[in-house]
Ligand binder design. Structure first.
Ligand code: ATP
Length: 309
């Protein structure tokens, strides 16, 4: 095979419970991930160059409206993932990576982690390594807390720093609207603000626990109950750093969203709709709200990183 393309979904957090700051700098989390039909594509190809010894072993290009916001250096998470995979085998492999970007950048939808997961799957195939998913999951967890879920997809609960995953049973399809904001929010900054707000209020961080109401709503495919059960402990911090998000959330609720929350560390806002039709209507109603750059509709759950047919 001279090129492999992998499609990988964005995630929204249905519950993000943030516990105390640990000594290693991470927070203990209960993180209910849900993969939605908003996809990046990563192609790994054998490089065509005249002088292979002079070229960097891993090249990366990014295409799409959001391309300018993504690093094309060794800091790109897809490059880091491909390098980690090559290191694991102890041999040097080469690949040109092309990312077709649709997932918002620094938007709280784990787009960079998605590209890392896709690069692992694509390079595993391109280089004929045949590593099983469990090995890819281990490498993924070393790259970042959200990367294993992008491999797994579906709906799953993550504990620890979010990387220990257990798939969750769900029924039916859920319909979403995502309001994308101008500019991103840095994930470490939002966690820092969450700690600061808690300290200022004299509130000790609770031990995070998964919401039983959320699990039941997912199991039963009860969209109204799911709307009620959505929660995100990072939301007050994201709102403090980006006050205009309060407007966006209020507009979605006013226009009939069954649930509205900031996705992960934001600034993307997620709205749950009763049906695909209601999602499209809602998208049209909130697209002109101040601070909202664009809207997209999507549904979930969908599978994780998959080689495109
Ligand atoms: P999360 O939801 O996991 O906190 P996020 O969705 O808020 O993440 P990402 O889009 O994953 O944020 O990107 C965060 C930062 O990572 C970006 O600002 C960018 O500089 C860097 N980055 C590195 N590689 C990528 C990539 N392939 N795609 C997007 N961002 C990348």
């Amino acid at each position: 095979m001279s090129a492999i393309t992998v499609r990988v979904p964005a995630k929204v957090n249905l519950q993000l419970a943030v516990g105390p700051l640990r000594e290693d700098g991470y927070h203990d989390l209960v993180n209910v991930f849900h993969a939605v039909s908003l996809f990046d594509e990563v192609t790994a190809a054998e490089p065509f160059d005249v002088n292979p010894s002079a070229a960097a072993p891993l090249g990366v290009r990014v295409e799409g409206d959001l391309a300018g916001e993504v690093p094309v250096s060794d800091d790109n998470l897809a490059v880091r993932a491909a390098r980690a995979l090559a290191d694991r085998t102890g041999r040097s492999y080469r690949a040109d990576l092309l990312i077709r970007k649709s997932i918002p950048v620094a938007g709280g939808m784990a787009g960079g982690s998605a590209d890392a997961a896709a690069a692992l799957v694509a390079c595993n195939e391109l280089w004929g390594l045949g590593l099983p998913r469990e090995d890819l999951m281990e490498i993924a967890a070393d790259i970042g807390s959200d990367v294993p879920f992008a491999l797994l997809g579906g709906t799953a609960v993550g504990t620890g720093r979010g990387e220990r995953l257990a798939p969750l049973e769900t029924a039916g399809v859920f319909h979403w609207v995502f309001a994308l904001a101008d500019g991103g929010l840095s994930t470490p900054r939002v966690y820092g603000e969450c700690d600061r707000l808690r300290e200022e209020a004299g509130v000790a961080a609770p031990t995070p626990a998964v919401s039983e109401a959320l699990l039941a709503a997912l199991r039963e495919g009860d969209v109204r109950a799911l709307g009620q059960a959505l929660s995100n402990d990072l939301q007050p911090a994201a709102l403090a750093l980006r006050p205009s998000l309060a407007n966006t959330l209020a507009a979605g609720r006013e226009h009939g969203a069954l649930g509205a929350l900031v996705s992960g560390s934001g600034p993307t806002c997620a709205f749950l709709a009763e049906s695909a039709e209601r999602a499209h209507e809602l998208a049209a109603l909130i697209k002109d709200v101040d601070g909202c750059r664009s809207v997209v509709t999507a549904s979930g759950p969908v599978p994780g990183a998959t080689v495109a047919g």
